[in-house]
Design a protein around this ligand. Sequence first.
Ligand code: ITT
Length: 199
Amino acid sequence: MALKLETGARLVVATHNPGKARELAQILENRFQLVTAGELGLPEPDETEQAFVGNALLKARAAAEASGLIALADDSGLSVAALEGQPGVYSARWAGPTKDFDLAMKKVEDRIEETGSRDLAAWFTSALAVAWPDGPAVVVEGRVDGTLAFPGRGTLGFGYDPIFIPEGFSQTFGEMDPAAKDRMSHRARAFEKLKAALL
Ligand code: ITT
């Protein structure tokens, strides 16, 4: 039988990142009854995979198993062309244990400078995975391309948003109205694919 996600279903959003949780709630547009992993006190699994899809599946499966609910997880990150795709799946880890994204953005700037490259092309990826407590799971990936800007600009959004200008725009994600970001972000694009697969 094809997997289906019924409107109104109770879903656990398997993230401990409040910025992400806010965007996912916005993008899911009141389609589901959402609870967060934080609210349920679910543990944060180690992200042991080398690809976004693998980590998204791992997080969704862990939350579905622990909660008995259908779980949605996002694994995402910033990839920089001049750094051969880094920080990628290590995007959260570049901010260190205190989740200091000023430090992480500085690290991106310094690393690019060290390469001597003038290429500021970058992209965000989001893998969204849905897992059912009895085993099945679906995973999709969305991407938005853009250019890095240093110093960063804007206080909206989260993570690396201040240094990322999406293609076709002049504002960074940190300056852009959150609703505009939610219409075209990597996360929104992944959700479009999830809708096509499951709704
Ligand atoms: P969970 O695993 O609990 O969901 P996390 O923050 O550890 O939270 P990830 O492992 O997926 O999540 O790390 C992704 C990092 O990439 C995240 O911490 C952000 O800093 C960055 N990132 C992802 N999407 C972003 C976005 O839309 N804007 C800015 N930064 C983003």
